[in-house]
Design a protein around this ligand. Structure first.
Ligand SMILES: Nc1ncnc2c1ncn2[C@@H]1O[C@H](COP(=O)(O)OP(=O)(O)OP(=O)(O)O)[C@@H](O)[C@H]1O
Ligand SMILES: O=C(O)C1=C[C@@H](O)[C@@H](O)[C@H](O)C1
Ligand SMILES: [Mg+2]
Length: 171
C-alpha cells in the first residue's frame, strides 16, 4: 500500500459488482471496507426498499448524500457506493476531490444477467419489472447515468477485470 493512499470509491450501475469487488479488494489489500447502502440500512434500521416506500426517493437521495459525506473515512478506505450515488447533488465531484473513483462498467445485457439472478424486489426501481422491461430500464437508465459514471478517475470494463488490475490501479 502506498504512503499517499486515498480513499477509493467504486461507482457503477446496480448489479455491476461494486459491493462484491469492494469486499474482495479490501480483503486482499487489508484496507477497511464500507458499503454505503449498508451504512444507510444500519442508520435507518430499514431496508432501502422500505425507506423508498415510506419517505420517497428524494428523501433517500438526501440521506444518501449526507451519509456519503459523513462517513468516517480512513485514507485507505474502500467504499462501495449505491448505483445512483454519483448522479445526485455534487456527490461525484465530492468523491473525486476526496479520493480516487473507479467506474465498474458492464454492458446492459451483462447487468441484466446479473440482476436477473438477484432478488430484484430488493432494489426499489426494479420491483415488479418483467425480464424485457428490466432490460429496457437498464439500457435507458445506464445511458442517462453514464455521463456521471464517466467522471470517475478510472474506468474499468468488468468483463475482463482481474483483482490484480484493480489493485494496481489504486496503488
Ligand atoms: N465478477 C462477477 N461475476 C459474476 N457475478 C458477479 C460478479 N460480481 C458480482 N456478481 C453478482 O452480481 C450481483 C450483483 O453484485 P453486487 O451486489 O456486488 O452489485 P452492486 O454493484 O453492489 O449493486 P447495487 O448497486 O445494487 O448495490 C450479485 O448477485 C453478485 O453475486
Ligand atoms: O441505482 C440506484 O438508484 C440504487 C442502487 C442501490 O445501490 C441503492 O442505493 C438504491 O436501491 C438505489
Ligand atoms: Mg452494492
Amino acid at each position: 500500500m502506498s504512503d499517499n493512499s486515498k480513499p477509493v470509491f467504486l461507482v457503477g450501475f446496480m448489479g455491476s459488482g461494486k459491493t462484491t469487488w469492494g469486499r474482495k479488494l479490501a480483503a486482499k489489500t487489508k484496507r477497511p471496507f464500507i458499503d454505503l447502502d449498508d451504512e444507510i440500512v444500519s442508520a435507518t434500521g430499514m431496508a432501502i426498499t422500505d425507506y423508498f416506500a415510506l419517505h420517497g426517493e428524494a428523501a433517500f437521495r438526501e440521506l444518501e448524500r449526507d451519509k456519503l459525506k459523513s462517513l468516517s473515512l480512513d485514507r485507505h478506505a474502500i467504499v462501495s457506493t449505491g448505483g445512483g450515488t454519483p448522479c445526485y447533488f455534487d456527490n461525484m465531484a465530492w468523491m473525486n476531490q476526496t479520493g480516487t473513483t473507479v467506474y465498474l462498467y458492464l454492458p446492459p445485457k451483462a447487468l441484466w444477467d446479473r440482476l436477473m439472478q438477484t432478488d430484484i424486489a430488493a432494489r426499489p426501481a426494479l420491483r415488479g419489472l418483467s425480464g424485457d422491461e428490466l432490460l429496457a430500464y437498464i439500457t435507458t437508465k445506464l445511458e442517462e447515468r453514464t455521463p456521471y459514471y464517466e467522471q470517475a478517475t478510472h474506468q474499468v470494463n468488468q468483463l475482463s477485470l482481474q483483482l490484480a488490475d484493480l489493485i494496481r490501479l489504486i496503488g
